[in-house]
Design a protein around this ligand. Structure first.
Ligand SMILES: [Zn+2]
Length: 281
């Protein structure tokens, strides 16, 4: 019969074993690639809307608006669909606001040897018009949607910066509804992390790339490099306290995983990323 101390040790080991939560994020990375596509740029003569503290009042700004294409052994995922090729009249006429595209999204997919219908999954950091502009190209994909985001985006009257016609394609597509975090391919390598505040269903994408390591695509959690340092909350924002809490969560994850955080609208981050056919892996 085992001695009392060894039985205690055994019980303790058992407790530790059963009490240990399943690893939230897998350690081993499958073959993954991250492509960065240019889905437009925007210029503001006055970027006041980027902070509710007045930090950007009177300051000019140029924003990148990338789409990200992820190749996983189980399929292709597009994260965010950029600015619409044609701005709706209401936005095109706004003074001090200009949008341009250098290349179409379809053209950039072709450079990778891909047609839109080969993209199997579509997910968004949130549904503002500058993140869903090309969504209609992907009506054959499975759309991964935060329920809270769609509920909010389809309210009447539409919240500022929401143009429901741009993401209406989900009605005819296959939809995977999510409420919070989601593991896209079931192996921890591509995870959607809920980061509400900017909008109720705002999310960040966490990738575990085999060479580059952990990468966070931060959606509109931050709009500028300075905004990350100063915790700027945009003037157009659904919930200030939730935004600050999301920043805290994502920063803790970034720190724990030594992740590279990409601020999607920051031209500085965009310029550092390779262009197709080059990619990160
Ligand atoms: Zn936004």
């Amino acid at each position: 019969m085992p001695s009392l101390p060894s039985r205690l040790l055994g019980a303790l080991a058992f407790l530790l074993f059963i009490a240990r939560p399943a690893p939230a994020i897998a350690q081993q990375a499958p073959a993954l690639r991250l492509y960065t596509l240019d889905c437009g740029h925007a210029e503001f003569q006055d970027f006041a809307a980027a902070s509710d503290t007045g930090a950007y009042d009177g300051r000019k700004a140029v924003l990148a608006d990338p789409c990200f294409l992820i190749h996983h052994p189980k399929g292709w995922l597009l994260w965010d669909a950029g600015l619409p090729p044609q701005l709706p009249a209401a936005l095109a006429g706004l003074p001090g606001f200009r949008v341009w595209h250098e290349r179409s999204l379809a053209e950039q997919l072709a450079a990778i040897g891909l047609r839109p219908e080969q993209v199997g999954y579509l997910a968004f950091s949130h549904l503002h018009f500058d993140h869903v502009g090309n969504a209609a190209l992907f009506d054959r994909a499975t759309w991964i949607l935060q329920r809270a985001e769609v509920d909010w985006a389809e309210r009447s009257p539409a919240p500022v910066s929401m143009l429901p016609e741009l993401f209406a394609g989900y009605r005819k597509a296959t939809v995977r509804w999510i409420d919070g975090d989601a593991d896209v391919f079931g192996d921890g390598s591509v995870r959607i992390l809920k980061a509400p505040g900017h909008t109720p269903g705002s999310s960040v994408l966490l990738l575990r790339l085999p060479q580059q390591g952990a990468v966070l695509l931060s959606g509109d959690l931050y709009l500028t490099l300075e905004g990350r340092l100063e915790h700027h909350v945009p003037a157009v924002n659904a919930d200030r306290a939730a935004t600050l809490a999301s920043m805290q969560r994502i920063e803790q994850i970034a720190q724990r995983l030594h992740a590279r955080l990409i601020i999607q609208h920051a031209p500085e981050d965009f310029e550092r990323l390779p262009r197709p056919p080059a990619y990160w892996e």
